[in-house]
Design a protein around this ligand. Structure first.
Ligand code: FES
Length: 184
């Protein structure tokens, strides 16, 4: 007795794309359209996932040493407001590219530069030299002069920038605002 032919396992010529075969059927056409759309969707999902997985290797991208001004503008033992222009600004950023930060110069001459944004919900904090505290106007967050958390809802101290002195100029690593990952 001959082997029974199973028509279900036979390839559909329309699905094989054989040019000498019969004209592609509507089913074959829809199959390939579906496959192409699935491939595009898989790529769109994969791009951010791969970007996230490789992001630790990109640390430092979108950051650039940027001048805050001469070191003489920041007297020892004082905290002063400074502003820099985001080095990755776009023409339509306008004034929003101007980024404020608080510069503290210790009596030893060392610098600490704090992001102005409160670590609770991001309101700009203000420095009060009379009380030696940073205070947030939104929900009463308070920070000590060294940026550490003193009171109120903020979960941690102020974020700090990477800082260096080059020649006579104080510089910060600007671009991406400091966060838990970037803060030093
Ligand atoms: S945003 Fe500063 S305390 Fe809430």
């Amino acid at each position: 007795m001959g082997e029974k032919f199973d028509y279900r396992s036979a390839p559909d010529p329309a699905m094989m794309g054989d040019p000498s075969g019969p004209e592609p059927s509507r089913r074959g056409f829809l199959f390939w359209i579906g496959a192409a759309l699935n491939t595009v969707a898989a790529l769109l999902i994969a791009i951010p996932v791969v970007g996230y997985l490789f992001s630790p290797w990109k640390k430092g991208a979108w950051q650039k040493w940027t001048d805050l001004g001469s070191t003489e503008q920041f007297p020892k033992g004082q905290t002063r407001l400074a502003t820099y222009v985001n080095p990755f600004r776009t023409p339509w950023d306008g004034y929003t590219a101007e980024t404020p930060c608080w510069v503290r110069r210790e009596d030893s001459g060392d610098f600490t530069v704090f992001a102005v944004n409160c670590t609770h919900l991001g309101c700009p904090v203000r420095w009060f030299p009379e009380s030696n505290l940073f205070m947030c106007p939104c929900h009463g967050g308070v920070y000590y002069a060294d940026g550490s958390h003193a009171a109120g809802p903020p979960p941690r101290g102020l974020y700090t920038y990477e800082v260096r002195v080059k020649g006579n100029s104080l510089q910060v690593k600007a671009g991406r605002l400091p966060t838990l990952q970037e803060s030093v």
